[in-house]
Design a protein around this ligand. Sequence first.
Ligand code: ATP
Ligand code: MG
Length: 188
Amino acid sequence: MRLFIGVWPSREMVAEVQEFIRSAASGSTGLRWVPPENLHFTLRFLGEVADERVAGLTEELQQAATGCRPFPLTLGKTGFFPNVHSPRVVWLGVEHGTKELAHLAAMVQTVGSEWGLEPSGQRFQPHLTIARVARGALPMFVPGKEPRFQSTTTVTSFSLIESRLQPGGSVYRSIADFVFPEDRPIDS
Ligand code: ATP
Ligand code: MG
């Protein structure tokens, strides 16, 4: 199955991004907006993984999560892949939590590589994809005004997510959520 590892934004963040998309969509052309249920931060794209390997991978990720701690994540400025001049992807950057998210991505890279999955080869750029350029379109992205996002996602887990490519767009499903242990005071 087609898999990737990612972090889901909070409801509050999804709502705020939806609002931003709504305002940007009215002035923009040639873009396919990401539906709210698909909004996510990618940690690592795995691609096709044989079904019989998923249980082992899950165990490994579960183990990795025990070393993680919750952290707050907030959104930053808009960005474009591969660049602003010929964008294919429009995304929102991360303001607070960049270091922690990069740390998570590096950890997940290690697990993936131990599983013989190809390293992604790209430098990790924390981002939340909000739109893709429609095929053959000359896109125009009009953000209205540069957003100032207020919402926070307290990252308390990451997820192994299945992506099914459908004619209407990909459909994601969490296969497993790896919850971080809370810091607890030592019993006295
Ligand atoms: P669609 O391909 O239908 O536009 P999608 O890109 O959201 O939808 P997938 O291609 O399954 O669906 O990708 C799942 C996640 O992995 C997305 O965050 C996507 O950006 C990322 N991803 C996909 N392919 C790669 C790749 N080759 N390298 C790095 N990340 C990737
Ligand atoms: Mg894709």
